[in-house]
Design a protein around this ligand. Structure first.
Ligand code: PYC
Length: 428
């Protein structure tokens, strides 16, 4: 009698993703061990992080790995990565306008470049080069300005002309007869894309293995403050005491801060994006047009991802609208007319918490122990690692790291704005 191979192989859950284990799983159909270790919600943690997106999970990761702090709960009202972290276009770059912004986002790029090794998880970082097109003199002037600021901060960025752009993106209409002729572009070779859900799950897997509790479907409904200090949060699953509470949310960040009595200059707008059917790779670079309010990249699977600037009116809608997507697709065709036959598969919207100066708000608040990592507008995903690293340091040492000091809440009352409008997503 031929005995089945599976009887010799154990069907115990597979915990490690080695080649042998993957083969064993394929033969035996043994269950995979859950990536997130399930836990009861405890009545107390040293640190509560509200928001299970890339910012909250990165903060938990660096708290554990850089500071040995693991008595931490990450709470999300839905599933991890269900907010802005799963609803962006996964573009990475550091070619900002202010020296403080360039330094900050460049540290994030460095952490992203090493993230696969750090998390032992393939986050599919792809360095593609990033082009921001200029269709008029005003735009070209901003690109030159950004290039000079970038170079002074050691960031690879330069203004290139139409001939160079054509070499980088052969399908682009760089002729002077184009609907919006291209005068030049800011070229940023280190820019690229990454797989956003891999980043979320890579961080989640690491923090869960280190003993951090991740609680999904756990909605914060109140924040307790006594004598000017935060004392805990109230959730749909019970109350949790904590000496430190971090607001790492997007979309609802002003609502959460209000629960602690902290007002923030944040308004929430949807940003719509769409993806096409997959086609053979032809677009290496990430292409942005500030004047047309559009950006395009091609994923490793071959889909084209299109994004726009935020909707012209505030709302909490996370659905794409046909009218808006038609306009967006029209602008893509003005840049690359040969894409006309591509079909769109789906569209969506992410919520962007916009601040008056197009920069985030990070650090302490007037309520002791209540910290914020919010106001991420259209630039949150690319900053997840550096924000997590800096916020973890703030929690662990009680001192605001120099890299986030310019982005404090007090800047709005002290007249120290960090104007990034000219470099934010499709800024001009
Ligand atoms: O800042 O690169 C960016 C961006 C792309 C999409 C939204 N923001």
């Amino acid at each position: 009698m031929v005995r089945p191979l599976t009887s010799k192989l154990s069907r115990r859950p597979v915990k490690k993703y080695s080649a042998v284990n993957i083969l064993r799983q394929g033969i035996t159909r043994a269950p995979w061990a859950p990536v997130l270790v399930p836990h009861e919600l405890r009545g107390r943690y040293d640190v509560v992080i509200i928001g299970g997106g890339v910012h909250g999970l990165a903060t938990a990761h660096y708290l554990a790995s850089n500071h040995g702090i693991t008595d931490v709960a990450v709470l999300d009202k839905s599933y991890i990565g269900s907010g802005g972290s799963g609803r962006n276009t996964a573009i990475l770059r550091s070619n900002y306008l202010t020296p403080e912004g360039v330094r900050f986002y460049d540290r994030s790029m460095e952490l992203y470049r090493n993230l696969a090794a750090d998390l032992n998880f393939n986050v599919m970082f792809a360095k593609r080069g990033h082009l921001t097109l200029a269709h008029n003199d005003g735009s070209l002037r901003t690109m030159r300005w950004r290039a000079e600021v970038n170079k002074l901060q050691g960031v690879d960025s330069e203004v290139v002309g139409p001939a160079e752009i054509k070499k980088l993106v052969p399908y682009m209409d760089t002729s002077e007869h184009a609907r919006y002729p291209i005068l030049g572009a800011l070229y940023h070779p280190p820019g690229g894309i990454i797989r956003h859900d891999a980043v979320v799950w890579g961080y989640a897997r690491q923090v869960s293995a280190r003993g951090v509790h991740i609680h999904q479907d756990t909605e914060v409904r109140g924040i307790d403050v006594a004598g000017g200090k935060v004392t805990g949060v109230r959730t749909n699953r019970g109350d949790v005491a904590a000496g430190t509470v971090l607001n790492c949310t997007a979309g609802w960040s002003s609502l959460i801060s209000e629960m602690a009595g902290v007002s923030m200059p944040v308004e929430t707008f949807p940003l719509q994006a769409a993806v096409t059917e997959p086609v053979r790779p032809f677009l290496d670079a990430v292409v942005v047009s500030a004047s047309l309010h559009v950006y395009v990249s091609q994923t490793d699977r071959g889909e084209l991802v299109f994004g726009a600037s935020v909707d012209p009116f505030g709302s909490y809608s996370m659905r794409g609208s046909l009218e808006f997507i038609e306009g967006l697709a029209g602008h893509v065709l003005e840049l690359m007319p040969s894409l006309a036959k591509l079909r769109l598969l789906r569209s969506w919207a992410g919520l962007c918490d916009m601040t008056p100066d197009f920069s985030p708000i990070m650090g302490e608040t007037p309520v002791q122990g209540f910290l914020i990592d919010v106001g991420w507008g259209t630039y949150g995903f690319k900053a997840g690692p550096v924000s997590g690293e800096a916020m973890a340091e703030l929690v662990a040492t009680g001192k605001t790291p120099e890299i986030i000091a310019p982005f404090d809440l007090a800047r709005f009352t002290d007249d120290r704005l960090m104007g990034e409008k000219g470099a934010a997503s499709v800024g001009h």
